[in-house]
Ligand binder design. Structure first.
Ligand code: KIV
Length: 241
């Protein structure tokens, strides 16, 4: 199943991916023809109300992944591995298709997961699970040193067997160079148009998390306002009796 993504890259076909955390969203996205649906650990922020993704547990990911599984028929379903669940390779085994954050530092984990027959999506650049150490969501790959380090990360995860790699908030020129330098597809988020595919957090795309929208997102809808409007209408009608 994941071999098709490398083929898509070869043919110059762009790969589309969005996040889902529940059954109806997963089913709607799947019916919309997406290639990949990710149960991101962004669930911690946009659904569970945590400050960042570092509090998300494996149990929470399993709970949401099971719901999404029931709604997805066609897309590839990838689940994020939450922080510290892949510190040692053995704990990483047991999922179906997973994503973890890290490049050269995580080659051993990636190799073990892939050797166990689990398709693995890597994730380099800005790593949300390291946001506290990083002091914020900062652009990566602007300096030559950072760009070279990211290219090393991309090559390392490819060699370790990842079937694709997310490039998060990487300077567009660097993301373009990385995409041209490896054979597995790059899936960009806030990294310009020259990646092999694009991914967004669905709540950002549809305007369902109005308290914060990343700069690189142009929302296609304002679902938060629709909910407020419907709720206000209900309150008025119900109070009127
Ligand atoms: O958790 C998530 O939603 C992600 C995407 C932003 C790539 O990792």
């Amino acid at each position: 199943m994941v071999g098709k993504f490398r083929e898509m890259k070869r043919r110059g076909e762009r790969i589309t991916a969005l996040t889902a955390y529940d059954y109806p969203t997963a089913r709607l996205l799947d019916e919309s023809g997406l290639d990949i649906i990710l149960v991101g650990d962004s669930v911690g922020m946009v659904v569970l109300g945590y400050k960042d993704t570092t509090q998300v547990t494996l149990d929470e990911m399993l709970h949401h992944t099971r719901a999404v599984r029931r709604g997805v028929k066609s897309a590839l379903l990838v689940a994020d591995m939450p922080i510290h669940t892949y510190d040692t390779p053995l704990r990483a085994l047991g999922a179906e298709a997973v994503k973890l954050e890290g490049g050269v530092t995580h080659v051993a984990q990636i190799e073990r997961i892939v050797a166990a027959g689990i398709p693995l999506m890597a994730h380099i650049g800005m790593l949300p699970q390291s946001v506290r150490e990083e002091g914020g969501y900062k652009v990566k790959g602007r300096s030559r040193e950072q760009a070279e380090a990211l290219l090393r990360d991309a090559r390392a995860v490819e060699a370790a067997g990842a079937f694709s790699v997310v490039l998060e908030i990487i300077a567009p020129e660097t993301a373009k160079t990385i995409s041209a330098s490896i054979e597995i597809p790059t899936i960009g988020i806030g990294s310009g148009n020259d990646c092999d595919g694009q991914i967004l957090v669905t709540h950002d795309l549809i305007g369902l998390f109005p308290w914060f929208t990343p700069k690189f997102v142009a929302p296609e809808a304002n679902v938060a306002e629709q909910i407020r409007k419907a709720a206000r209408g209900f309150v008025e009608r119900a109070r009127r009796g």
